[in-house]
Design a protein around this ligand. Structure first.
Ligand code: SF4
Ligand code: SF4
Length: 451
């Protein structure tokens, strides 16, 4: 993929330029996988409170039926992704590690029997509140990887007025191409999802931010925006990692800086991913809850890389087999891209709502696993888009000084991995920072409980 020389492009300060490896799949249309024989649907696959199962072993469920929910505000309900029988509600391996409660469904029959959402006759005249409720009932979360419940983002408090909505089409992670394919294959539905989202937010200004290496997607979006008479701006962005991180995107597209510890709504902006906008369209117009998504199965260790449309809860093994399986030299598998993704050890884990890719790499694509002492070169500091000192944060986390970590801005880290990517000593900086966040949060909870 190459950048168009005619585009006026924007960006943020710092960041890195990892090899893209997107040519493996960016030209391949999405393939819909046949219905899986079984799915394992995790009760916790979003930020916020986990859901409680609404079904039990032996229950028959229809595709789209709500099978788990929670009374909490920050949560998102979960739906059956196939028609079948619940064979267990039990702990199974999860892509984030360990075992967590899941609903195990075995398919009955060859076709879906649907239980959809009831949709408005005309969303343009529906109330914002009804549309936001529908987004919640559809179980929509941020599909770029964050999995934050979308209905919460779309109902900001009244003291946080929103004036811009940005649709995030950056897809800056190496290897991943599902957003790119969606922009080419689902252009109108994505734009309609964006219009519905903007109606809920009550904003007039909409920007579609796309990295300049996706010239065909930029052209497709621009053409359809014009043809549909939409008042959206398509904004090409510099090819730089992590351009798709919300704070970097807002800086690049609008020149607004989200304050340390703040949220996009603090500067009047809401950002959603391409696939999230598509899910909003499918829920509000077609009555479909979030039961499937497109993901990229790729890497040099995959026989036939591709973009697949899969039901949520489909085991990784099924997705990998659909792409011809693994080559012998596979060394590492990630859920998501190699910069922010999580290493996987068990192919029985299920796809989650936020699974944007399964990346399988040969040893030649991996940097050495050996770590050397810090040579104080400052490279990690010079690329950190959040102006942090990653070497210091990592060292403090490694030595258990979590309170000091917080002083050094631990929770401002967006875990983009740029620091680890450039470190000549191969220090797993972001991994230590993640450990620091978990431990500092535990420490905070303990102190609260003792108070
Ligand atoms: S410290 Fe955090 S935000 Fe900064 S480069 Fe490393 S991972 Fe990214
Ligand atoms: S990039 Fe690595 S070696 Fe250089 S200062 Fe940062 S931690 Fe140390």
């Amino acid at each position: 993929m190459s950048e168009s020389p005619h585009l006026q492009i924007s960006s943020f300060r710092r960041g890195v330029h990892p090899d893209e490896y997107k040519n493996l799949t960016c030209h391949l249309s999405a393939r819909e996988l046949p219905l899986p024989d079984e799915v394992f649907i995790a009760l916790h696959q979003h930020i916020g409170a986990p859901c409680e199962a609404l079904v039990a072993k032996g229950d028959q469920v229809k595709t789209g039926q709500k099978i788990a929910d929670s009374p909490a505000h920050v949560t998102s309900p979960i739906h059956a992704s196939i028609t079948g029988t619940v064979v267990a509600v039990a702990d199974f391996p999860h892509p984030l590690g360990g075992k967590v409660p899941m609903i195990h469904i075995k398919r009955d029959g060859e076709e879906d029997e649907w239980e959809g959402l009831s949709t408005p006759d005309n969303w343009e005249t529906s109330s914002k509140e009804d549309l936001a409720k529908l987004v919640r009932e559809a179980g929509i979360v941020g599909l770029g990887g964050a999995a934050f419940p979308t209905h919460v983002k779309l109902t900001p408090p009244s003291n946080k007025p929103i004036d811009h909505f940005i649709l995030n089409g950056c897809e800056c992670e190496p290897f991943l191409t599902c957003d790119h394919r969606n922009m080419l294959e689902q252009t109108d539905h994505i734009l309609m999802g964006m219009a519905i989202t903007m109606r809920i937010l009550g904003v007039e200004q909409g920007i579609v931010g796309i990295e300049a290496n996706k010239a065909d997607a930029i052209a497709a979006m621009e053409a359809r925006v014009k043809a549909l008479h939409l008042n959206f701006k398509v904004q090409p962005l510099k090819v730089k990692y992590p351009q798709g991180a919300e704070k970097m995107l807002i800086d690049a597209a609008l020149g607004r800086k989200v304050p340390a510890g703040g949220l996009p709504m603090d500067v009047g902006v809401v950002v959603n991913n391409i696939a999230t906008a598509l899910a909003v369209y499918e829920a509000v117009v077609e009555g479909k809850p979030l039961i499937q998504r497109m993901l990229t199965v790729t890497g040099d260790a995959i026989q036939k890389p591709g973009n697949l449309i899969v039901r949520i809860g489909t085991p990784f093994q099924v997705c990998v087999d659909a792409c011809g399986g693994l080559k012998e030299a596979t060394s590492q598998v990630f859920m998501g891209g190699p910069m922010m993704g999580l290493v996987q050890y068990d192919f029985q884990v299920p796809t989650l709502k936020a699974t944007s890719g399964i990346v399988c790499m040969e040893s030649s694509q991996l940097t050495s696993m050996r770590h050397y002492p810090c040579i104080q070169c400052g490279a990690c500091v010079s690329v950190c888009p959040m102006n942090l000192v990653p070497t210091r944060l990592s060292r403090l986390a490694e030595t258990g000084k979590y309170a000091d970590c917080k002083e050094w801005g631990l929770f401002n880290c967006i875990e983009c991995g740029s620091c680890a990517f450039v470190c000549p000593s191969g220090i797993p900086l972001v991994q230590w920072i993640r450990v620091g966040k978990v431990k500092a949060t535990e420490q905070q909870k303990k102190l609260k409980a003792q108070a």
